[in-house]
Design a protein around this ligand. Structure first.
Ligand code: CMC
Length: 423
């Protein structure tokens, strides 16, 4: 096959180089298009647009494949924990024993957050959404880290990377405790990353909490499957903000805000609310499947469909299995899990969903596991952000390391009024 494509535009003919990735994906390089022809490409929602070349995550939506740095998500979920996964995404390789220990202990040592940030969290109304609190708290944290603000200084970026992975679970747990009217529990340097998060979330006022290994395993799994997903909305936002050489903290806050939306990470919260609504409506699954198909109704089945997956989301498969195991082990009978299963069955047999290749996505079953662990629904997207953080960090660093890095600045085709004068 030729390594260029030909574009004919009126009388003009232009050769566009074809960039081929390591998995044989092809991208037409249009970087000379405007200079040569004056025209630009138009692709609302970036459905056909590659924003970069990246060596972090590969996904094939038609075949339901997801790999981090070459390793299948199923393999990582079975053999690694979240800290290994963070290391893998940031360094491109899994850590050896010594690297794991030094990476882990560096993070655990930095989990405490400044009292000024704790005070800020306490200043919010207890009705505040934790996603609003965590984004504000990370910006506040950056004001205590003046020595980590230079995005072009590798040492400062390394410190900021470690500091963010360390601080987010603490900020997340405190955002929950504040809204629940509870005092804050300090991180314990003797505990692991997930164990610390669960303890800071759930310990009583004396700091007592009995760690349940099943919960730790389930949390690790959920964090791993959320850890990266190539150029999704929040990761693209992090790259976009970072492309202006904004500092790492500010870039990550951009990602958190993008993630909050119900079409992206907010879908896990929206999905559980939808399942509850169906439960309260006599479990009338068919009614909601019909609503989702009605073009005059803006209701969508939350947790269904994906921009890239046109097959079962491999992450949903892993989570559904874990969900089954956890509920059985805990001897829990969550009615929402049953509704989710019957909703999935009805939707997967319905031609509307079949024709559009709409399958359950990662957010469909994750909420049922969070509920089993005792995590309140408003915290679901916060947990997604905890999982996605290493992906955001890895992409931000990859972008800065690229010799071709430029500020991200898309074009437009203007459709407003032509020149006129104020009368
Ligand atoms: N329920 C009903 N119809 C749907 C749904 C849904 N959940 N998702 C897509 N469709 C229909 C849509 O109406 C359209 O139909 P038509 O061709 O007749 O106009 C067709 O399927 C294609 O949808 P689209 O909106 O053009 O697809 P998109 O790629 O722009 O959107 C999506 C992808 C994930 C935003 C969308 O499927 C959706 O809104 N899903 C529900 C929200 C959700 O679960 N989001 C979490 C995604 S996974 C976590 C993450 O990585 O962010």
């Amino acid at each position: 096959m030729s390594d260029t494509a030909k574009l004919t535009l009126g009388e003009q003919e232009l050769e566009l180089p074809i960039i081929v990735g390591s998995e044989q994906e092809r991208g037409l390089d249009i970087s000379k298009l405007r200079g040569a022809t004056g025209a630009i490409t138009l692709d609302e929602g970036f459905v056909n647009t590659g924003s970069t070349q990246s060596g972090i995550t590969f996904l094939n939506g038609e075949q339901g494949i997801l790999r981090y740095c070459g390793y299948a998500i199923e393999d990582i979920a079975e053999k690694c924990d979240f800290i290994d996964t963070c290391y893998l995404l940031l360094h491109g390789e899994l850590p050896n024993e010594q690297q794991r220990e030094s990476f882990r202990s560096g993070i655990i040592a930095e989990m405490a957050i400044p009292s000024g940030v704790q005070d800020l969290i306490r200043s919010f109304p207890t009705s505040a959404h934790p996603m609003a609190i965590i984004s504000a708290a990370i910006q506040a944290l950056s004001t205590h880290r003046a020595d980590q603000m230079d995005p072009l200084d590798a040492d400062q970026v390394a410190s900021a990377t470690q500091g963010l992975i360390a601080a987010l679970p603490t900020i997340a747990a405190y955002s929950h405790r504040h809204t629940a009217g509870q005092t804050f529990i300090a991180p314990n340097p003797e505990l692991g990353y997930v164990e610390n998060f669960l303890t800071m979330m759930f310990a009583d006022e004396n700091g007592e909490y009995e760690i349940d290994q099943d919960f730790v395993d389930a949390m690790n799994l959920l964090l791993i499957v959320h850890a990266d997903h190539e150029q999704n909305c929040s990761t693209s936002t992090v790259r976009m903000v970072g492309s202006a050489n904004s500092n790492l903290y500010a870039s990550i806050v951009g990602g958190i805000c993008a993630l909050w939306g119900p079409l992206h990470g907010g879908a896990n919260e929206a999905c559980v609310k939808m399942l509850k609504m169906i439960a309260d409506d006599n479990n009338d699954v068919a009614k909601y499947v019909a609503k989702a198909q009605d073009k005059d109704d803006n209701f969508r089945l939350m947790g269904f469909g994906h921009r890239v997956y046109k097959n079962y989301d491999p992450r949903a498969k892993i989570i559904k299995k874990a969900c089954d195991v956890l509920l059985e082990k805990l001897d829990l009978d969550d009615p929402l899990f049953e509704i989710a299963q019957s909703l999935e069955k009805v939707a997967l047999e319905d031609s509307y969903f079949v024709d559009r290749k709409l399958y359950p996505n990662v957010d469909f079953y994750s909420g049922v596991i969070y509920r089993a662990i005792g995590i309140p629904v408003e915290m679901f997207t916060v947990l997604f952000s905890l999982g996605r953080l290493p992906g955001w960090l890895a992409h931000w660093q990859e972008m800065h390391a690229s010799p071709g890095k430029r500020i991200c600045r898309p074009r437009q085709v203007y459709t407003g009024p032509t020149a006129r004068e104020i009368q």
